[in-house]
Design a binder for this molecule. Sequence first.
Ligand SMILES: *Cc1c(COP(=O)(O)O)cnc(C)c1O
Length: 460
Amino acid sequence: MTFEKIPYKIYLAEEEMPKTWYNVRADMKTKPAPLVNPGTGTPMGFEDLRGVFCDELIRQELDNDTREIPIPQEIRDFYKMYRPSPLVRAYCLEEKLQTPAKIYYKFEGNNTSGSHKLNSAIAQAYYAKLQGLTGVTTETGAGQWGTALSMACAYLGLDCKVYMVKVSYEQKPFRREVMRTYGASVTPSPSMETEIGRKILQEHPGTTGSLGCAISEAVEAAVSHPGYRYVLGSVLNQVLLHQSVIGLETKAALDKYGVTPDIIIGCAGGGSNLGGLIAPFMGEKLRGERDYRIIAVEPASCPSFTRGKFAYDFCDTGMVCPLAKMYTLGSGFIPSANHAGGLRYHGMSPVLSQLYHDGLMEAVSVEQTRVFEAAEQFARVEGILPAPESSHAIRVAMDEALKCKETGEEKTIVFGLTGTGYFDMVAYEKFHNGEMTDYIPTDEELQQSFDKLPRIPGLE
Ligand SMILES: *Cc1c(COP(=O)(O)O)cnc(C)c1O
């Protein structure tokens, strides 16, 4: 193994840490489409969103122009507990693959919540606290967002009410207990606690739930309890903004060693880690300063980018939330129950959707057994037990590195390793027992879901 001057892990000194978030929307020629009111088809402004979201977060959500937004000192102090996250040169993986490619990964799993979601959780909780609110409500799928939010709320002394997708609530009891350790209340969704939950249960008895459905419940709980607002862990513009800290640190670390990536890869559920990782690189690309290949990786069983429609759709199953223009499989789409790899959301960040639509990034979908194969190989050589979500990016990073082996190209690949997989051992167990199957939805199934996309005059 040849250790060049680039260390195995690149950290940043305190003074090299980002002091501002980067808002990629400021550099986009075509801005992401606004959220619209499903009743009237008109864009939602500040006043329209106030019942649901915190004021400052709405300002960030609607701000398509301010390039740099200061990170409040309190949030930077919290970040210091677990940031900078290491940028790792994957020497061992390169050796294992016998590739001339140079592989780096930004590891966001080095905090108790185990993923990048804490970067936005602390920001959202901070602005809720600043506004004098009592608490926040949210949904969680696999549990990482709920865990991150409960940590942030515990730190700031805010109530935290989490609706957890029922299948995860049952499969991941330990996640639930971590949230409760941090003081959150956790309800399996759909529940009988909300009107929309009762309606969904009546229409789909025995449903194991979905993120879209849990979102509807959390929004209803927020608007029906004074002093509460709803917060969301992905998809929204504000979340991508907060997650830009990932990309800013990555770029600062690479710049220190004069490294320029050729390919940047990230997994895409709602798009927040990928949007954050690529932000400053995409900024350069948008301003015509540099070019990068940027690849979003999604599950073949929930292929929003690669097989979805770019259309206005509900962000939730209950159709109570605003409409967002995004690549979507339809808000009624629920991935097959045998899908264990996370990234189950039906839609995609409007920012990434627009960038993808404009040809500024690519997307690929991968089957879950290939994802777990990659996860296992990675764990064995790099030591980290990756989250299934993150392993989508590992898979494609490895595939690209193997292509370099064939062509002899020494490309530099950077990918986002969003978290650890300790709470996903049921999925790993299925894989090890050979019980994991690949389910790919048929065109007919997707069409059925597309047929239910909302039709709002003037928005088609
Ligand atoms: C939530 C999550 C994701 C997917 O969410 P994005 O908003 O697309 O980033 C990926 N990896 C991990 C570990 C997660 O917890």
